[in-house]
Design a protein around this ligand. Structure first.
Ligand code: ADP
Ligand code: MG
Length: 226
């Protein structure tokens, strides 16, 4: 296994609504290594999305430390967190969240251009990545003209566009039928295993989870080996 690309130390997070406090994360510890695939399998409402958003620097924990690619991301100003998120973290949501008015190629090229890569290099890498996901013939399609499985493949390609250290996916095939989920997930694993990215993937699907290197679960607000 490679070096640690994501470390969570004693992460806590509560939600306050009215006079009730819901302690979702009560001290999560976790390490993800380069090239490793980890499934996060836990029932709805246990805090998977909360944890992934915190790990992806999309949300702040109440306490604890988040290290991404060896940097303590929690203490940085927003501008630096955004830069780390852009270059080191790829995020895949259950619903593709592609930009509707941009083609598949543009959706995958955009995060690279935001990171400072030239348009021509970004386009070329987008084409290459979409080709890897079997979408070489869908480069100029708008998301609305793609099937659910194709949309999710584009979203995964986009998440990998900047060759991040960490890939986080929140039930990425949860919206797909069983056989499409199976093939999209297989491609995701194949691409991840062919690269150095470490992947933490929330899924309800135990069969898919079993194909990953290890399984973790959330129990009473802490992460345990599943
Ligand atoms: P999962 O992804 O495992 O389904 P979530 O992280 O979405 O779990 O939610 C964990 C718990 O926190 C749930 O009980 C949910 O209702 C609650 N929760 C999530 N987001 C908020 C929020 N913004 N405000 C209040 N409660 C929230
Ligand atoms: Mg969720």
């Amino acid at each position: 296994m490679g070096e640690t690309v994501l470390a969570l130390r004693d992460i806590t997070r509560s939600y306050v609504s009215g006079d009730e406090t819901l302690h979702v994360l009560r001290g999560v510890n976790f390490e993800l290594r380069a090239g490793e695939t980890v499934a996060l399998v836990a029932p709805s409402g246990t805090g998977k999305s909360t944890l992934l958003h915190i790990a992806g620097l999309l949300d702040h924990p109440d306490g604890g430390v988040i290290e991404v690619a060896g940097r303590d991301a929690g203490r940085l100003p927003d501008k630096d967190r955004t830069a780390i998120r852009c270059s080191e973290i790829g995020f895949v949501y259950q619903f593709h969240h592609l930009l509707a008015e941009f083609t598949a190629r543009e959706n995958v090229a955009l995060p690279q251009m935001i990171a400072g890569t030239s348009p021509s290099v970004s386009r070329r890498r987008a084409e290459e990545l979409l080709g890897v996901f079997g979408l070489g013939h869908r480069l100029n399609h708008l998301p609305g003209k793609l099937s659910g499985g194709e949309q999710q493949r584009v979203a995964i390609a986009r998440a990998l566009a900047n060759a991040p250290s960490v890939l986080l996916a929140d039930e990425p095939t949860g919206n797909l039928d069983v056989s499409t989920a199976d093939s999209v997930f297989g491609e995701l694993l194949r691409v991840v295993r062919g690269s150095a990215v470490g992947a933490l993937i929330a899924t309800h699907n135990e069969e898919l989870a079993a194909r990953m290197d290890r399984v973790v679960t959330l129990r009473d607000g802490v992460l345990v080996e599943g």
